[in-house]
Design a protein around this ligand. Structure first.
Ligand code: FE2
Length: 309
């Protein structure tokens, strides 16, 4: 594992142990949060975390309130395993999930994420991580005009949600589940509340466009981050219903093109750190500072997630 270093801090920060992780987390909250604020990702390795229930206990020991999948507007199909824990994404093994900040394509997003590897894939399946503050600094050098346009205009995302869950797609969550709606009227009233535009399709699916969302954010400590879902959407939002080239626009409606995305994609690939999972690993990620994704894999892979509100 070749750890990166940014501004004098390891990325990710690795904490090795062998005992109970819930006890360790409960006793070391302050240093954990300090390390997390410095670098954005902590890998807990070697602790005794055999089951989803044990992972749930780790999350509870950390003590911060959860962000539930049912209240989120995530596009991914997921399955709850315990109260606080769900499958990370049900998309097929050969599907890449590209770098993103969790749910940054919606107005509702978690502040932190936990991942837990119960079973490591035979081949592939790493979780790439990317420091979003470093990325925006490098992108500003490489393509200052793009960063200026993103900062001043923001972004809108358009996607099509099926009438019922399609686990064959990384964006397969139905509009009923996404919007917590039984009827089309319920769906429309939720979308109105959230400031979305929408259009019903003949086959019962629903095309929605977000209100203008930030693409670049300033964190309370002064760091600037590439806080959005542009890379994942541009590279990955293609399925039976969605055309990635139509998914993204600046806040004023001008499409975001392949040309616009080129430097961000090249730089984020160069900056990626691949977390090669070992069974029992737990990772804590600051969702404002670090992007994550999923490499394709072969064999059985069971990585579970939990979100902090
Ligand atoms: Fe994610």
């Amino acid at each position: 594992m070749k750890i990166q270093q940014w501004n004098g801090a390891d990325f990710p920060h690795v904490i090795a142990g062998s005992d109970s992780l819930p006890e360790y987390v409960a006793a070391n909250q302050h240093p954990i949060n300090q390390a997390l604020a410095a670098c954005g990702a902590i890998l807990f390795r070697g602790f005794d975390v055999p089951t989803a229930e044990d992972f749930d206990a780790v999350v509870q020991a950390y003590g911060e309130p959860g962000f539930t999948y049912s209240e989120s507007l995530s596009n991914a199909v997921r399955v709850n395993v315990t109260d606080r824990v769900f499958t990370a994404n049900e998309a097929p093994p050969d599907t890449s999930i590209y770098l993103h900040h969790e749910m940054a394509q919606t107005p509702l997003y978690p502040s932190k994420l936990f991942f837990y590897c119960q079973i490591a894939a035979e081949k592939g399946g790493a979780t790439p991580l990317c420091r979003s503050d470093i990325l925006i600094d490098q992108l500003r050098e490489a393509d200052p005009d793009l960063v200026a346009r993103l900062e001043s205009r923001g972004v809108r995302y358009t996607n099509v949600m099926p009438a019922s869950d399609d686990s064959g797609s990384g964006q397969g969550r139905s509009w009923r589940s996404t919007l917590n709606a039984e009827t089309t009227e319920d769906a429309e009233s939720r979308l109105l509340d959230l400031g979305y535009g929408w259009e019903w399709m003949d086959n019962g699916s629903l095309r929605v466009t977000t209100p203008v969302l930030d693409a670049v954010r300033q964190l309370p400590d002064g760091r600037t981050v590439f806080f959005n879902q542009l890379i994942a959407a541009f590279r990955g939002w293609s399925d039976q219903r969605n055309d990635a080239s139509r998914a993204l626009s600046f806040g004023d409606g001008e499409p975001i093109t392949a040309d616009d995305m080129r430097e961000a994609i090249v730089l984020s690939d160069e900056l990626s750190f691949d977390t090669e999972w070992e069974a029992g690993d737990v990772m804590l990620i600051d969702n404002f500072l670090v992007m994550h994704g999923r490499r394709p894999f072969e064999g059985t892979r069971r990585v579970l997630a939990s979100l902090i509100s």
